[in-house]
Design a protein around this ligand. Structure first.
Ligand code: AMP
Length: 290
């Protein structure tokens, strides 16, 4: 009798012990979500690394169940090749999320693109990365807004590595008066300084070594904080070119306006050194508060 019962209940026992709920449809998601009060939310595109996991450490401090999503958002890629070769590792991602006390992983399918409110990002989105990736931030805000409306989180954590993205989402959320606390979490780096990124897996070991030049360049700018001038920025740009990078931008910007700014001038905000550069077809970005 006991034997038969345990056999019957075995699948249920497994479900009880696997804490991470993995949900693929909106209908199932709404059912699960309704069992929770306030939650923290961490959206990702998967191929998780320690940079992503650090967002969970930030979220854990908020003491709310953590919900995450993995969705490679086609709307934010303006290069089809970049989209199709975006690295994927769902099985490993799920294992990592289980180790992070993640309560629920939402894996939306393409139906998330139905009945979309298309968001037009403000003019700040045309600077820096936006000037090299037209429409990128419209795509980011459109999907983040949709995910927010599904998740209804009280907090959402984003990496400061993607500083322009973080700022645009924060300001979008404020402008819509969304009751969501947008939290920026510090950039996690490899030992050589290279900011962790899913795209790093597309680099050879030599390229990985070389990619640390981006961080070294940011440090060089920061170390010259007291005498920043156009020549220093030009020097950094040229030196990156010589090392084989195709540079999209090397800029020192104001953290609020995102406009180029080489000194504080009693402005509000901070100075941020920001670089986007390509090694072959792999585009890397990083920044450092000065
Ligand atoms: P992604 O999967 O690339 O869309 O990134 C999901 C989130 O992880 C975004 O908020 C990123 O800013 C953040 N993130 C990615 N890499 C890092 C990193 N090295 N350090 C901190 N946050 C990161």
């Amino acid at each position: 009798m006991l034997m038969r019962l345990s056999q019957e209940y075995f699948p249920l026992l497994i479900i009880l012990f696997i804490k991470l709920k993995i949900i693929k449809t909106l209908e199932d998601f709404h059912k699960t979500r309704s069992a929770y009060g306030q939650i923290s939310f961490i959206p990702t595109m998967g191929n998780l690394h320690n940079g992503h996991l650090s967002l969970f450490n930030t979220a854990k401090k908020l003491n709310k169940p953590i919900f995450s999503s993995i969705y490679i958002n086609p709307l934010q890629f303006n290069n089809k090749n970049d989209f199709t070769k975006y690295p994927k590792s769902l099985d490993e991602d799920i294992e990592l999320l289980e180790s992070q006390d993640c309560e629920c992983l939402f894996l939306p399918d393409e139906s998330i693109l139905e009945n979309l409110e298309i968001i037009k990002a403000p003019s700040k989105a045309d600077l820096l990365c936006g000037s090299h990736r037209p429409g990128h931030f419209d795509g980011v805000l459109t999907i983040v807004n949709k995910l927010f409306s599904i998740m209804k989180p009280s907090d959402a954590v984003f990496g400061l590595k993607d500083y322009q993205q973080y700022l645009l989402i924060k300001e979008f959320s404020q402008s819509r008066k969304l009751p969501i606390n947008i939290i920026g979490s510090k950039t996690i780096r490899e030992n050589n300084g290279l900011a962790m990124s899913s795209r790093n897996t597309l680099l050879s070991s030599d390229e990985l070594q070389n990619a640390s030049e981006i961080y070294k360049s940011l440090l060089f700018i920061k170390n010259n904080a007291n005498n920043l001038c156009k020549d220093i920025i030009d020097e950094v740009r040229k030196s990156l070119y010589k090392k084989g990078f195709e540079v999209d931008y090397v800029s020192v910007i104001n953290s609020i306006t995102l406009q180029e700014s080489l000194n504080h001038n009693n402005e509000e905000g901070y100075l941020v050194a920001a670089i986007a550069a390509n090694i072959g077809t792999v585009r890397l970005i990083d920044n450092l508060f000065i």
